[in-house]
Design a protein around this ligand. Structure first.
Ligand code: GLN
Ligand code: ZN
Length: 764
């Protein structure tokens, strides 16, 4: 029989119970015991509901109060010194590592977070050095296996594999130069032996060991590490299902197929092309093959017919008993259940499948591949066929004019009329900005009043007119504030935006919004990505009214503010029936019209934010060029429709440019602003090294903390920037939007920024 499995389940709870409990604990409103209890209730519900859908391998141990990588660090005694000896309970040390802690005389910053592969989930980076003293302080996998068993569900525990754990980590400050975390593998293996041995003793038949780094190029050099690790672990562990996801094994398959594990999981949602070679590679050694046929990354109903075709191939080659139908990855990246949505139309609901619905899907697919003639299975297959046909019908009646417009894009539409050097002269005359112009990244504090006004509008407690009057007052206050502080290139402050992607999604055709489709971003932070369901177009101007109004209030130039096509795409659930490239180009054309309208509306500078352009990079380098080509083209398409005198800006929230530098230059934005970081001089050297020609605003201070930067500190920063960059290219700005900051620190910080820029004008 073909069996079914789910690789991991969302942690939040159908009614956000875990998020609420964790935040209540932080606020001192819940005890540790109460938090544990609330979490257990959610875990139990997840286990029993996944099982009730007919899934054979139900996951446990992947639940987390903050982050599963952090769970492993805490369990393995990978706790940086700064958190130790502060008198904190283990639970508080855990949370301090995740989010920092500033209370009762303890003041420790959070550990670094990084994006989990190409998703919008962030993990807490383990800090490792030669001194790391691995110990198994607790065994969460065993505890949760037992909890599930008590709840009547025998699970397949999940652990993050030792090689991925180390490679995802970084050298801590006290590591010797050149230290490689993976060199600690021989010290870590004994801990994994304990962990997995205890699981076996507790009665676990299988364990899912995640080694997602196997889909990355860097694993090509890790054959020795993987081989020695699994040769040691296999004899003491339950049967190991070695799990890979988000991309393909490629050349790593050669050695992975030789590992002595009992099962191998591959992602057929992202990389269906690898099936044949994986089947051929595992066939001789009796390995069970787990097929990731149901996407763990999107919210679309699985096309059963297509999935069954792939599944049948594996069954024909390996036999039913050696095949598992699974979700492609953990369902962590999907919302809990469609059942919580009551505003979607019946037609829309029929397109989607969230985590709980996906659990049913793997069970039905496994039953079908086992040749089941059960009435429930047959009718589920029929229902799927009908839904998919309806969806295809909907897609085919999509917006023809949008498709035609994309097909008619010509190369000249991507380029500005004149090269940057010419534009710079024209813009200098037109905008009349001083040397070292000061500006901000767009948003100003989103105060409680602003959020309340929006909520009132949503509930119908105030009219649209009243809301717009309120927003206008906010804009006016932001304009007056900037004039008072003495900034040069102003912004309207973005008070009308609930979120930089949602705001545009709500105004564009082609998006659908949910009420409860929360997906974890990090810790207790969840986002509700919009869903792109059909061809995207603009029905009319989206921001012109606000930007023009702001411009009408002042003689200083006003910068229009838009979210870029690639970022809107990356922070939404995209369609699965057409390429990301096509969706990005559709978005770009809609934004192009907005950019042109802003210029017509009297705006002289426009910033198109692309903070997500880098995170969209494919996991395999071989795929980078194709992505960067359409991503950069999309930005250019969105921004190139204007005259030379319009100054385009873009903003990125990261400072990791080395490997994609030529693409940053190819964007050809007149000005880019980037995150401040401890290594920003290295970053600026990269710009210098490549001879970057356009203007740059490296953030002069970090807005992610309430700390006010001193004037001297900013001057020092400018000084070292000017050691590297030509003074004619430098803009002076904070490193990101100010929406999460309070007004007091904003005023103090920007006053110092302006003073430092004035000082630079006199001294350079
Ligand atoms: N313009 C946006 C803001 O200022 C940019 C946000 C971002 O880069 N994430 O909020
Ligand atoms: Zn930013």
């Amino acid at each position: 029989m073909v069996s079914s499995s789910v690789l991991g389940f969302p942690r939040i709870g159908a009614n956000r119970e875990v998020k609420k409990a964790v935040e209540a604990y932080w606020a001192g409103k819940l005890t540790a015991d109460e938090l544990t209890k609330a979490a257990l209730e959610v875990k139990k519900t997840s286990w029993t509901s996944v099982k009730s859908k007919g899934v054979d391998f139900v996951p446990s141990g992947e639940f987390s109060l903050y982050d599963h990588v952090l769970d492993h660090s805490a369990a393995f005694n990978v706790v940086p010194k700064r958190y130790v000896g502060q008198g904190l309970s283990p639970l508080d040390v855990y949370f301090a590592m995740g989010r920092g802690r500033q209370a009762d005389g303890v003041d420790v910053p959070a550990s670094e977070m990084k994006k989990w592969f190409d998703s919008n989930y962030h993990y807490v980076v383990p800090e490792l050095s030669e001194e790391t003293d691995f110990k198994l302080l607790f065994n969460k996998a065993v505890e949760e296996f037992k909890e599930a068993k008590d709840a009547g569900v025998t699970t397949r525990p999940v652990v993050l594999g030792p090689v991925s754990f180390l490679v995802l980590g970084k050298a801590s400050k006290d590591a010797k130069p050149g230290f490689q975390p993976v060199s600690l593998l021989p010290k870590l293996i004994p801990v994994y032996k304990n962990l997995l041995g205890d699981l076996k003793a507790a009665g676990a038949e299988w364990v899912q060991v995640d080694e997602p780094i196997l889909v990355q190029d860097k694993s090509a050099t890790l054959e020795k590490e993987f081989t020695s690790a699994y040769e040691e672990l296999v004899p003491v562990a339950p049967k190991i299902m070695l799990t890979t996801y988000f991309s393909r094994l490629d050349s790593n398959l050669t050695y992975v197929a030789k590992l002595p594990v009992a099962g191998l999981h591959i992602d057929l949602d992202r990389a269906p092309g690898q099936l044949d070679e994986v089947i051929a590679a595992v066939k001789p050694n009796n390995t069970v093959l787990s097929l990731g046929l149901v996407s763990g990354r999107n919210i679309w109903k699985t096309d059963f017919e297509a999935a069954l075709k792939l599944g049948q191939k594996a069954v024909d080659a390996l036999g039913q008993d050696r095949v598992v139908v699974a979700t492609s990855s953990s369902l962590l990246h999907t919302p809990v259940t469609l059942a919580s949505e009551n505003k979607l139309t019946a037609e829309q609901k029929d397109w989607f499948s969230f985590a709980l619905e996906k659990a049913s899907e793997v069970a039905v697919l496994a039953a079908a591949l086992s040749g089941s003639t059960d009435a429930a299975v047959t009718s589920a297959l029929e229902a799927n066929k009908t839904s998919i046909a309806k969806r295809r019908e909907f897609e085919s009646t999509s917006d023809d004019s949008v498709r035609k417009r994309v097909a008619a894009i010509t190369p000249d539409m991507l380029d500005r009329k004149s090269p940057f050097a010419v534009r710079k002269e024209i813009q200098a005359k037109h905008l009349n900005l001083p040397k070292f112009p000061t500006t901000t990244i767009g948003s100003f504090p989103q105060t409680k009043e602003i959020r309340q006004a929006r909520a009132k509008l949503g509930k119908g407690e105030i009219t649209k007119e009243q809301y717009e009057e309120f927003i206008k007052k906010e804009i006016e206050a932001v304009v007056r504030f900037q004039e008072k502080v003495g900034l040069d290139l102003l912004v309207h402050g973005e008070p009308e935006r609930n979120d930089m992607v949602q705001y545009f999604g709500e105004l564009l055709h082609g998006f659908v919004f949910t009420q409860n489709a929360w997906v974890q971003s990090y810790g207790s932070r969840y986002v509700r990505p919009p869903i792109i369901v059909s061809d995207v177009s603009r029905s009319g101007p989206m921001t012109v009214q606000w930007s023009s109004y702001a411009q009408s209030l002042t003689k200083k130039p006003m910068k229009g503010m838009l979210t870029g096509p690639v970022t809107i795409l990356n922070w939404s659930f995209p369609r699965a029936d057409i390429s990301r490239e096509l969706q990005s180009k559709q978005l770009a054309l809609a934004l192009r019209d907005e950019v042109v309208d802003l210029e017509k509306g009297g705006i002289q500078a426009i910033q198109v934010d692309e903070p997500a352009i880098r995170e969209g990079l494919p996991l395999r380098r071989a795929d980078w060029d194709a992505y960067l080509t359409w991503a950069v083209d999309s930005f250019k398409l969105a921004t190139a429709g204007v005259t030379d005198q319009l100054q385009t800006h873009s903003h990125f929230c990261y400072s990791d440019f080395d490997d994609i530098f030529p693409s940053i230059q190819r964007l050809d934005a007149d000005v880019i602003s980037i995150e401040a970081s401890k290594s920003d001089m290295k970053l600026l050297n990269t710009f210098k090294h490549y001879g970057y020609s356009n203007q740059i605003g490296p953030g002069v201070y970090d807005i992610h903390s309430p700390r006010v930067p001193g004037e001297q500190e900013i001057k020092d920063r400018l000084k070292s920037m000017l050691d590297i960059l030509p003074d004619s290219l430098l803009f002076v700005n904070p490193d990101c939007g100010l929406k999460t900051r309070g007004w007091t620190e904003t005023e103090a910080s920007l006053t110092n920024v302006v003073a430092a820029a004035r000082w630079a004008r006199q001294n350079y």
